[in-house]
Design a binder for this molecule. Structure first.
Ligand code: CP3
Length: 341
């Protein structure tokens, strides 16, 4: 048996010191990433190049003693593969043709997604082949609602128009969510077949929803996604990360079938532990701003995270992605604090 410490935690064991990885650990805070990124004509081509994407994954592992690698890709490859073209406006973020501008929503079919995303699975295979045995490889996708919000309004930012669409066009929104559930299940299953050891669902836009809507657009689709994954024969652990779920975090942890819970920056570890099923592994939740600050504030913040999660199987991570302004040395210092060096 290989010793993948993150997998041991996902199977319910408490490991001390906790395994660590960092959301967006491959990214713009690394000068070597910016150099690599300049070789691709745009961000989506970068995601679809197995050679470039594999190299991006390996870069942070050469610098830092991390316990896991995450596939380099994006949550928006699913709409792209469904035929909703995605592009990035430099310095602003993702864009799609908004469904809201269309009288009738025509959503692509889920069946073509894995064929179109073949380069992503080739990337997973290449990463697994290049990774040391003890490093856990994480596959991922966006949660159905989060991906739907980008498709509905065509960009990130305020989600008011998506919430109104969910109330005013329930049939359109629900059928979009069910296509996304199927496409996402197939996409995640293909990542596991290619060598991913576990999966994370990024439900980045879980905040601000009243309970009945949360139930309809987050809980039910996520439950359907996890059930579908299991029906497809996927047995690996699934981490759900409903960022901003707040008071509804417990329902997400108990009712969706995920095996572990990503905890955002604001949520106290004790609250997550009390809400989640007994012994559920928790992942999180250092404030990404502390990684920009560095020094004694970073060290104290890291110790607080370790102490506050001590009663649960814990994977150390941030409460949200690392930001481009972060000095890489601060991440090296953080890993030293966690590993007691
Ligand atoms: O974590 C990792 O290292 C794995 C790769 C990964 C990326 N995006 C690469 C990326 C993952 C897991 C994601 C998830 C993702 N993508 C989410 C969910 C997580 C979260 O942050 O809430 C969301 C909402 C997206 C959609 C998206 N893609 C956004 C909002 C942006 C940022 C736009 C910007 O320019 O700030 C992206 C682009 C993106 N995805 C980058 C990276 C490294 C930066 C773009 C670049 O290099 O030019």
């Amino acid at each position: 048996m290989t010793d993948r410490s993150m997998l041991r935690v996902l199977n319910g064991e408490r490991v001390d010191p906790p395994p660590v990885w960092i959301m967006r650990q491959a990214g713009r805070y690394l000068p070597e990433y910016r150099q690599l990124r300049a070789q691709a004509k745009d961000f989506m081509s970068f995601c679809y190049s197995p050679a470039l994407a594999t190299e991006a994954v390996l870069q942070p592992l050469r610098r830092f003693d991390l316990d896991a690698a995450i596939l380099f890709s994006d949550i928006l490859v699913i709409p792209d593969a469904l035929g909703h073209k995605v592009w990035f406006v430099e310095g602003e973020g993702p864009r799609l043709e908004p469904l809201l501008d269309q009288a009738t929503w025509s959503i692509g079919a889920a069946d073509h997604v894995v064929t179109r995303l073949a380069p992503v699975y080739e990337t997973v295979q290449r990463i697994r082949a290049a990774l040391p045995d003890q490093i856990t490889l994480i596959g991922f996708a966006g949660g159905p609602w989060t991906v739907a919000t980008y498709m509905i309004q065509g960009e990130g930012g305020e989600k008011d128009r998506c919430r109104r669409a969910a109330y005013e066009r329930p049939a359109d929104v629900d059928s979009l969510l069910s296509v996304l559930v199927e496409a996402t299940a197939q996409h995640l299953a293909a990542q596991v077949a290619a060598g991913a050891d576990c999966l994370q669902i990024f439900e980045s836009w879980s905040e601000g929803l009243p309970e009945p809507l949360f139930e309809r657009v987050i809980l039910n689709p996520t439950r359907a996604l996890v059930d579908r994954l299991r029906a497809l024969g996927v047995t690996v652990p699934v981490i759900g990360f409903p960022r901003g779920a707040g008071a509804l975090l417990g329902r997400y942890a108990r009712e969706t079938g995920v095996n572990a819970l990503g905890v955002d920056t604001q949520t106290p570890a004790a609250f997550a532990r009390a809400q989640a099923p007994d012994g559920m592994p928790l992942q999180g939740n250092l404030d990404p701003q502390l990684l920009i600050c560095g020094g004694p504030a970073l060290e104290a913040g890291a110790r607080h995270v370790i102490e506050s999660f001590r009663g649960s199987p814990h994977i150390f991570n941030l409460g949200h992605g690392i930001t481009p302004q972060t000095p890489p040395e601060h991440l090296a210092a953080l890993v030293n604090v966690i590993k007691g060096r």
